[in-house]
Design a protein around this ligand. Structure first.
Ligand SMILES: *Cc1c(COP(=O)(O)O)cnc(C)c1O
Length: 364
């Protein structure tokens, strides 16, 4: 009595954690009912569990089940209880579209979307987790453009509207547009692209290979280097770091002077920045003084900031222990820029010295 094998079928199965926003779809019930019961209809299969103590998550399930019992959509919406790997396996193989509506940026990965794509199921998702990396128009749909709004209600409204718009103007026409032999050519082309391009990139084999080559192997080699000769190199690092930590609190950053403190730079201009830093007992070779610079976003926060190593050019004018550092940075992109200075540890041959947990930013 419920569900129709010929109808465009959308799957939504997950833990009902609130950030997954399972009820986003219900924000305009009238519009949803029109979509479910249109001349080219859509049906939904839901499944999921909430943590026993997650009252809000349980309420999401209640709202969905309540809506699905409405006489106008009972045949187009089912909620499967006891979501587990068996149900997950059937759903990620059997539906046409996998829907995911997390609140950015809370989705770590979104594994179920990858399981769907392995089966040629097209994803429609917020650009978060894996989908932020995987999405192209050839393999599925993006809900929104990856914006994060301060006003979560506004965000929910915009993104639920985007889901309805995509369904009405894109998914439904594409799915029901059939050739004479009743094949949705455009749809099947996307299924093929999805299998061909996503599966090699989003697999556990690739993940393990990346982790091994980028992290485990280098970590093992570094461990061996530090441990050789009864931890000779390891002791040296420990001693160096202990000394740095003892004096770190005495570090001070003076005024930052940039081409007469002009903030109007054009593309092609070069920004010269000079700063005096008090290192005291710390030698200049043990630290990297960096200009941290980038385009300012709407809230005047530096976005995508880049560190530029500043070079020691002279003794500081302020007296003993002070040093003068300088850097010239070409302006390559337009827009309002912001900059500041920071000091981080520097140790021969170590790239990621931020791991030492020491950083000093200029007070601005
Ligand atoms: C795949 C799967 C999950 C994880 O899905 P996400 O999209 O990462 O939230 C959870 N539960 C079951 C039963 C699954 O099959």
């Amino acid at each position: 009595q419920v569900l129709d094998p010929e109808v465009l079928t959308i799957g939504f199965a997950r833990r009902f954690a609130t950030y997954k926003r399972a009820t986003l779809l219900l924000s305009d019930k009238e519009r949803l009912l029109r979509i479910l019961n249109g001349p080219r209809p859509v049906q939904f299969v839901f499944a999921g569990k909430a943590h026993p103590h997650d009252v809000a998550g349980k309420d999401f399930i209640r709202q969905l089940v309540h809506f699905a019992t409405d006489a106008n959509c009972r045949h187009r919406m089912v909620f499967l209880e006891d979501y587990d790997m068996v149900i997950g396996r059937y759903m990620t193989q059997g539906v046409d579209v996998w829907l995911n509506t997390p609140r950015r940026p809370l989705e770590a990965s979104g594994t179920s979307g990858m399981k769907a794509s392995l089966n040629g199921v097209l994803n429609m998702s917020v650009l978060d987790g894996w989908w932020d990396e995987a999405y192209t128009p050839e393999v599925g749909w993006a809900i929104g453009n990856g914006e994060v709004y301060k006003d979560t209600e506004l965000q929910d409204y915009i993104e639920s509207s985007a889901i309805y718009d995509l369904l009405e103007h894109d998914l439904i026409p594409t799915f029901y547009d059939r050739s004479v032999d009743d094949v949705p050519r455009e749809w099947t082309a996307r299924m093929k692209s999805c299998i061909a391009t996503l599966n090699p990139a989003f697999s556990m084999a690739r993940t393990v290979k990346d982790y091994t080559e980028s992290f485990y192997q280098p970590a093992l080699e570094q461990h061996r280097a530090l441990a050789a000769d009864q931890y000779h190199a390891g002791r040296e690092v420990a001693q160096w770091l202990g000394n740095l930590k003892n004096h770190w609190n005495t570090l001070a950053i003076g005024d930052i002077v940039a081409n007469g403190n002009d903030t109007e730079f054009k593309v092609g201009d070069t920004m010269h920045v000079v700063v005096e830093v008090f290192l005291g007992e710390i030698t200049p070779a043990d630290v990297a003084v960096q200009l941290f610079e980038g385009v300012l976003d709407a809230e005047s926060v530096i976005s995508d900031g880049q560190p530029h190593r500043m070079m020691r050019v002279d003794d500081g004018a302020r007296g003993k222990g002070w040093h003068q550092f300088r850097v010239d940075v070409p302006c390559l992109v337009t827009g309002r820029h912001g900059y500041t200075v920071r000091v981080v540890p520097h140790y021969k041959g170590w790239e990621n010295t931020l791991r030492f947990g020491l950083i000093r930013w200029a007070q601005v």
